[in-house]
Design a protein around this ligand. Sequence first.
Ligand SMILES: [Zn+2]
Ligand SMILES: [Zn+2]
Length: 215
Amino acid sequence: MLLESRAVEPFFKNGFVLGCETSQEGVIIDPGDEVNDLLAIVERTQLAIKYILLTHAHVDHVTGVAKCKEMLDAPICLHRDDLFLYNGAVQQGALFGLRVDPLPPIDHYYDEVGPFRFGRYEAVVHHTPGHCPGGVCLQVGEAGTSGQMLFVGDTLFAGSIGRTDLPGGDHALLLRTIREVLLPFGDEAEVYPGHGPKTTIGHERQTNPFLVSRT
Ligand SMILES: [Zn+2]
Ligand SMILES: [Zn+2]
């Protein structure tokens, strides 16, 4: 699989381009302020982007959606429970002192459409609330197999977990989501967080201070 990520200031939020080498089909995950870099990757790799997939709708994860939609004309996909954040992106930006242009409408909600196929691969959506109500994990791998690449948004980071002090955040729910939805993917599963470096489920299970049980 073709996989590239980019992150730029001020949020250093990871945006991803995934692609199938044989079919030249791909997806973009969480286009934010680094959107021009992501579009340059699409141009260079000649991928036909099938979907714009959002792990959640905090402002750092959506500031590039309008540009992506304009340039690629791919459907935008989000969990319905984050629609209030998506529709409030302009106000979210204002809280950080940022000017955010209004966003184009959502095309697909995850409870209606999916998995999202691109060439030999697919992204399967798992609801992972806690950091925000409509957070999801995108499980990616060859279609029909149990994908081992997890795009988790801000639910789990290398050595940390997502903040829960923003509207709709719930710390206890976040911990339960990580234990019940993410850890069962198994120690080998690769975790691609919304910020910072990639990790694995096993590494986090053994070393993440929020997950290591003190017995
Ligand atoms: Zn977030
Ligand atoms: Zn974020």
